[in-house]
Design a protein around this ligand. Structure first.
Ligand code: 6PG
Length: 476
């Protein structure tokens, strides 16, 4: 059979893969799709209509339909399934072919695969794709890593299918190796942080102020019209209106309060700890998803400690206003943590990330897109070596104006007994970061006291150890 000039092949025709194929085809790129599940191959065939799409019944047919050097993208679950596809492809591909992994793969797996396939002259490109089902179909934010050569080949199709903001495509080559998957991992870590902050605001409004879903909708909708504008705030407003088609009330009120996770937020926290970059809001978000899973224990503890939460008895309208500003401050602090992690990871893993470009491609298509990202982009554009967003004058002005609100919100949460660890961690991060002298001197003294771990002095260079006197005051 004569090879047909299909530009790109897609393995894995689940929701994301199928939608991305249709998106590519709508932009004039002939694509061939393949899936182990014949039902999914049929579904693509049916949906493709007159578009330049072929659905292959076997892997060999799939590969024959591709123009050489071949570009094969996969959208399959991270981990074993990616290795399984790579193992099947590897003996069938030839020098200069490109394999693209568009899933949420762990970045170290990506580095391993890049290295292994380079031995055969194959390019392996880890690409973060954000935006869910709709994003894949109509314009996601795309975060590619891998070799510059592979990027130049993929660039036309990736630019065409990505989201656009002010005409600029939400995709850029982020750096070599696993740079793309690393940036996507941190994107998801920020996503976890923002979602937890929003969940805490919801809890304060619902249980603290006793507001109903209509009122919650109005508040989030109003917030979305201002400084808090962003995809997650927008969908939150919509969620409160969704009726339960199996009952009379709203769907939100019958969804079990146990949050699941696939691991990207946890990886962000883990890697941040390895690199010694504090990301406490993201840590709190991961911890709260974990805690939500302890449903039976939580119910038992609720019976043991029934006295809280109390009902809010202050000025509700003023509190809602404060909460909006406090939430905004929490979000700024979450992005600041994520960007600081990217800065450090870029040095440690030699990604060469350009942070204003990262912010630029997050402005559209992805889950954490928000008005705030334009300001983040501008901050890193003005000062590419900015160590932390909190050092940027415009964010400093924002936080000056809002820190009082965040404090008031955290105080209210503590008084009401409503768990708000992400808001609290954000405030703690802010206060710690803006403190010139932390109590770490005491930590050092304790370490030296019990373990001779040594300490440094404020008034002399060098490393010191003291024979600490137990009960020194009595002795003197
Ligand atoms: C995106 C999302 C996407 C996915 C998350 C969900 O950017 O489009 O982040 O990648 O929805 O992986 O992650 P959890 O299942 O861990 O919440």
């Amino acid at each position: 059979m004569v090879a047909e000039p299909h530009e790109l092949g897609m393995i894995g025709l689940g929701v994301m893969g199928r939608n991305l194929v249709l998106n590519m085809a709508d932009h004039g790129f002939p694509v061939v799709g393949f899936d182990k599940d014949p039902a999914k191959v049929d579904a693509l065939r049916r949906e493709a209509g007159a578009r330049p799409v072929r659905a292959a019944a076997t892997l060999d047919e799939f590969l024959r339909l591709l123009r050489a050097p071949r570009a094969v993208m996969m959208l399959v679950p991270a981990g074993g399934p990616v290795d399984a596809v790579v193992d099947e492809l590897r003996p069938r591909l030839t020098r200069d072919d490109v394999i693209i992994d568009g899933g949420n793969s762990y970045y170290r797996d990506t580095d391993r695969r890049v290295k292994a396939l380079a031995a055969d002259g194959l390019h392996f490109v880890g690409v973060g794709v954000s935006g869910g089902e709709k994003g894949a179909r109509y314009g996601p934010s795309i975060m590619p890593g891998g070799s510059a050569d592979a990027w130049e080949r993929l660039r036309p199709v990736l630019e065409a299918v990505s989201a656009k903001v002010d005409g600029s495509p939400c995709v850029t080559h982020l750096g070599p190796g696993s740079a793309g998957h690393y940036v996507k991992m941190v994107h998801n870590g920020i996503e976890y942080g923002l979602m937890q902050l929003i969940a805490e605001a919801y809890d304060l409004l619902k249980r603290g102020l006793g507001l109903d879903d209509d009122r919650l909708h109005t508040i989030f909708e109003t917030w979305n019209g201002g400084e808090l504008n962003g995809y997650l705030v927008e969908i939150t407003a919509a969620i409160f209106l969704q009726p339960d088609d199996r009952g009379h009330g709203r769907l939100i009120d019958v969804i079990r309060d146990e949050a699941k996770q696939k691991g990207t937020g946890k990886w962000t926290s883990q890697d941040a700890m390895d690199l010694q970059v504090p990301v406490p809001t993201i840590d709190a978000a991961v911890a709260m998803r974990d805690l939500s899973g302890y449903k039976a224990e939580r119910l038992a503890a609720e019976r043991l400690y029934p006295s809280v939460p109390a009902r809010f008895d202050g000025d509700a309208a003023a509190f809602i206003e404060q909460l909006g500003h406090g939430l905004y401050a929490g979000m700024v602090l979450t992005y600041a943590q994520g960007m600081a992690l990217l800065r450090r990871a870029s040095e440690a893993y030699q990604y060469g990330l350009v942070l204003d470009e990262v912010a630029r491609i997050w402005r559209g298509g992805c889950i954490i897109r928000a008005r705030l990202l334009e300001q983040i982009r501008a901050a890193f554009h003005a000062r590419p070596d900015l160590p932390n967003l909190l050092q940027d004058p415009s964010f400093a002005a924002d936080l000056h104006a809002r820190q009082g609100h965040l404090r008031a919100v955290v105080q209210a949460a503590a008084r009401l007994g409503i768990a708000a660890p992400a808001l609290m961690a954000s405030l703690g991060y802010f206060d710690g970061y803006r403190t010139g002298r932390l109590p770490a001197n005491l930590t050092q003294a304790q370490r030296d006291f019990f373990g001779s771990h040594t300490y440094e002095r404020t008034d002399a260079d060098g490393v010191f150890h003291t024979e600490w006197q137990p009960g020194a005051r009595e002795a003197s």
